[in-house]
Design a protein around this ligand. Sequence first.
Ligand SMILES: *Cc1c(COP(=O)(O)O)cnc(C)c1O
Length: 345
Amino acid sequence: MATGTLSIDLDALVQNWRSLAALGDAETGAVVKADGYGLGAAKVARALAKAGVRRFFVAVAEEGAALREALGPGPEINVFSGHMSGDTDMIGDMTLTPMINNVDQLLRHVEALPGAPFGIQLDSGMNRLGMEPVEWGAVRDIALAQNPTLIMSHLACADEPNHDMNRQQLAQFAEMTAGVDAPRSLAATGGILLGNDYHFDVTRPGIGLYGGLPFDLATPVVRLTLPMIQTRDLEPGETVGYGNTWTAEVPSRIATVAGGYADGLLRALSHTGQLWFGDTPCPILGRVSMDLIGVDITHLSEVPNALDILGAKQKVDDLAAAAGTIGYEILTSLGPRYARRYVGG
Ligand SMILES: *Cc1c(COP(=O)(O)O)cnc(C)c1O
């Protein structure tokens, strides 16, 4: 038995891509790293390619190789970690486009795969990946002479529209790329929402495609339903779960559902999270176990077969807030034990 059923609405995903694309004139790519934010990179990317996406982005070359097998030739597959030692065969054989992060990677790439496509990643202030201004100044002319497919940078604070860092990074990126003919890219989901100044030629949304903040107009993409295994009626004074951390004060009906922290339903949801029976919330009682969660259904007039933990009533960011984290972590933690059902696409 699967612990739960994870429904992934590929039509909603495509709709989110179209909505983000409609916010400006730039070409809109798609970030499908970490197995398409946990939702299945092959399925997600095929649906997006069918809708018109021509540039995909992944974190590492192995993800790019798997994506190439799923997509076939044609779409550009860009690798944020660039050209790492050991990646050469994969980059060459699978026609991946590394986003070159420093001079070492640039030399490795042009020596091992002369004439093979590449992009450049610049550090406009996040201090994570990419060439800093001085390094870029030293190799800029040599790199541009090889016709990079993309010149990109990444914003550190795009989910805070009023943060000074956004303007600073925009100015830094504009300065570093002044006079460049190659397509330029600065915005992920948050950057798209900052407005046209941030879009340049290509945008790189990830989380917004999957229904997460900061794209608050996103259509929900995932529904996660956990089957009920058992119910029991408790007398006042009885306790639930590891550590006896919840005690019934009144006669209570408890449902035990399949799914736990091994499935990415974080232990931090203990006592704070809730599941849903239609429009009715049902609080989590006691600690979340590895494979099981106890839920209060005392107030329900019927015994449910299953309860939703993600869906229209509780989106990924709602569940994230209950666990003290972000939607990105909820999605990428979704475990392998669910039965996955793809709708549309
Ligand atoms: C993950 C990532 C993205 C996508 O970011 P979202 O916030 O999910 O839209 C874009 N660019 C880079 C460099 C990334 O690492």
